[in-house]
Design a protein around this ligand. Structure first.
Ligand SMILES: Nc1ncnc2c1ncn2[C@@H]1O[C@H](COP(=O)(O)OP(=O)(O)OP(=O)(O)O)[C@@H](O)[C@H]1O
Length: 268
């Protein structure tokens, strides 16, 4: 399902203008990463997608719905939103109840709900924790419970706010596999991330933000080669690009695959 921000502005009651005139058209099935320094307006922007925020100016559309005409409950059938902090999202005494809440609420029949919950627990590596109290899990596991709770809702749009923060290598790989799976199912994935390696490996489009505005909007190869944008958004290029730079290479591979491909040309 496609998503459209048109000239979106958002000003907090405090007077902080957190988002200024953002226009983005995100086609169905795209994987889009939003990057930028703390306070750039990333979270404020994506919170418009599930109706938590309504734009002060402009419009936000999810498929054929303008968010202003729909409740948060209605929007939750189209947009699954995984909070940066799982403790803002989880409330049940057992992992399985947190994950089953969304499908039940959306009116899935029992068979579909059970299958969706089992698949979400499996994808997040939590099948063995179904009966556990979320508070007995680590923060990184609770983040995966929050992710599972959204996956189980099978929404056409999935928003991930800092999905890899606090995850170990295995957790990051699990999340990358989930992004790939969502993509293969034609679902739209929008993620905020500070992890540029994760961004370069898993997303075909990067929006860099600073001070509430879009500074660049292109493929990772283009955005990570714009020094002014990186500086203004306080973003560093992925590690492999910095390694290539340090080695004196002209090209800037962003992923392990492209680095390996470039290697033979540099063997003396
Ligand atoms: N509840 C709020 N009330 C007033 N101002 C806020 C509120 N939440 C955020 N802001 C301000 O809005 C601006 C954008 O913040 P936002 O959290 O959207 O940025 P961000 O890019 O998501 O940052 P981070 O990477 O830290 O999550 C900042 O100046 C922030 O201080």
């Amino acid at each position: 399902m496609d998503v459209r921000f048109t000239e979106v502005g958002y000003t907090y009651a405090s007077g902080v203008e957190a988002v200024k005139g953002v226009t983005l058209e995100i086609p169905s099935g795209q994987r889009l990463a939003i990057v930028g320094q703390n306070g750039a307006g990333k979270t404020t922007l994506v919170r418009h997608l599930n109706g938590i925020f309504q734009p002060t100016t402009g419009t936000v559309e999810i498929g054929d719905w303008v968010t202003k005409g729909h409740t948060i409950a209605e929007l939750s059938a189209r947009v699954g939103y995984v909070f940066q902090n799982p403790d803002e999202q989880l409330f049940a005494r057992r992992v399985i109840d947190d994950v089953a809440f969304g499908p039940k609420n959306l009116g899935f029949d029992q068979e579909r709900a059970d299958a969706a919950v089992a698949a979400a627990l499996e994808a997040t590596g939590l099948s063995g924790e179904a009966e556990t109290h979320p508070h007995h899990l680590s923060l990184s596991e609770r983040k995966r419970v929050a992710l599972a709770a959204v996956l189980a809702m099978e929404t056409p749009v999935v928003v991930l706010d800092e999905p890899t923060t606090g995850q170990d290598e295995r957790g990051v790989r699990m999340i990358a596999a989930i992004v790939a799976q969502l993509h293969s199912e034609g679902r739209t994935v929008i993620a905020i991330t500070h992890d540029m390696d994760f961004c370069a490996e898993n997303f075909e489009r990067v929006v860099a933000m600073a001070q509430g505005e879009v500074q660049a909007d292109d493929t990772p190869s283009v955005v990570f080669a714009l020094p002014d944008v990186l500086e203004k958004s306080r973003v560093e290029a992925p590690q492999l690009a910095r390694l290539a730079d340090a080695l004196g290479w002209a090209e800037r591979p962003l992923t392990i695959g492209s680095f390996v491909d470039a290697l033979p040309a540099h063997r003396a």
